[in-house]
Design a protein around this ligand. Structure first.
Ligand SMILES: *Cc1c(COP(=O)(O)O)cnc(C)c1O
Length: 377
């Protein structure tokens, strides 16, 4: 892109590496740590994040769709690239062309892969997704025996792994996750019995790694924690007793204009804010198009000169106004922190998420995927 945007996302490669190493330590060094880099690595840039994790020793990567896997492979990433959301049958050859690992949950896909493998005179490794209580993608536990048996009969297919996903591993209450893990252990034992050779068993996401390390099995799939956030937000940070994860992303912008308005003046569309007294407003070049959710209107805060300034009025598509009446000497061009630290104060993705009634995952995607990104070592 030519021309600088006022809005800059900074991603710290050092933080990504640090989180990777910390999670590897927590999961145990015998466990493979798969980096989930879907959604453009939760807004951090899929290729840059994957290459950083790769430098830190990562050999397994996960994305949602085939097109993401191809992009990653073309960028030169080595190792296993898992496609978690299935594929259109007409795309089956791409798994062979780009050496991708399909995670499957239906026999149709398996048959298409088998036919393609036969026609190329090769073999393809697949992982089977089992739904042990998430009630999302995957075959049901009762279907596992039959499914794996049929899979074994398909020429050119090698069942290399079995996977599931936790819906509630971000809760510290053990009961639900334990129940689901017991179900998963049963089905993976069944799969091993039928399949006989080595099977990679994986189910833990960030919550699993951090709160239920006994569920780490052969491989774990970390997403949000690699980017420095706890799946349960602020509660997770507070209950952390050891080294903390480090958020890798920050978002800064600049003040476009400063203006002093009288009492009783309406601000922005709909005049949802009216000044009670003379007020100094800073106009910022950030709006919902830049990922600053409109739900933060009259609520969200930013940092200027190390102090907090609240958003006044509705957030527009590319602009918003913040109240700097209490902050001395704010000028056009001054740095504004939307996400991250300025002098002593920090605005975290968890804080913004709480105000949006959402989770840090969404904040990172919104900011990271809608602004220019830069990387620091
Ligand atoms: C996104 C995803 C993960 C990672 O979840 P986090 O909570 O971000 O760690 C793991 N497994 C699957 C199948 C996913 O889709």
């Amino acid at each position: 892109m030519i021309g600088q945007s006022f809005n800059q996302i900074r991603v710290s490669r050092q933080a990504l590496r640090y989180n990777y190493r910390l999670l590897q330590k927590r999961a145990g060094y015998q466990v493979r740590l798969l980096a989930m880099v879907k959604a453009d690595a939760y807004g951090h840039g899929m290729i840059e994040a994957a290459s950083t994790f790769s430098d830190a020793g990562c050999t397994d990567f996960g994305v949602a769709e085939v097109c993401e896997g191809i992009k990653l492979r073309k960028s030169g990433i080595k190792g296993n690239i898992f496609i978690f959301l299935g594929f259109d049958l007409s795309d089956v050859s791409l798994f062979f062309d780009y050496d991708l690992v399909p995670v499957i949950y239906d026999l149709e896909s398996a048959k298409a892969l088998s036919r393609q493998a036969l026609s190329l005179g090769t073999e393809i490794a697949v992982h089977v997704k089992v739904d042990c209580g998430m009630t999302r993608l995957g075959i049901l536990p009762d279907e596992v025996q039959d499914f794996i048996t049929k899979l074994m009969q398909l020429p050119g297919i090698k069942c290399d792994g079995i996977a599931s996903h936790f819906p509630r591993s971000d809760e510290h209450d053990l009961s639900q996750t334990s129940e689901q893990f017991i179900r998963f252990e049963k089905v993976s034992a069944t799969a091993k019995r039928i399949q006989k050779s080595k099977l990679t068993v994986h189910t833990a996401n960030s919550g699993g790694i951090l709160y239920f390390p006994q569920t780490c099995c052969d491989m774990v799939r970390a997403g949000i924690s690699l980017y420095g956030y706890y799946p349960d937000g602020m509660a997770g940070i507070e209950s952390e007793k050891e080294e903390k994860l480090q958020p890798a992303m920050s978002f800064t912008t600049r003040v476009l204009q400063v203006k002093t308005v009288a009492a009783g003046v309406g601000v922005s569309y709909g005049h949802t804010f009216k000044t009670e007294h003379e007020t100094i407003l800073a106009v910022l070049p950030v709006g919902y198009e830049d990922g600053l959710s409109r739900s933060l209107s009259n609520k969200g805060e930013v940092l200027i000169h190390g102090q907090r300034a609240i958003i006044r009025g509705r957030i527009c598509m590319n602009l918003c106004m913040v109240d700097v009446t209490a902050i001395d000497g704010v000028l056009a061009g001054d740095e504004v922190v939307i996400l991250g630290t300025q002098t002593e104060d920090t605005i975290s993705g968890d804080e913004i998420a709480e105000q949006m009634n959402s989770i840090s995952y969404e904040v990172l995607c919104l900011f990271g995927n809608n602004n220019q990104r830069r990387y620091t070592e």
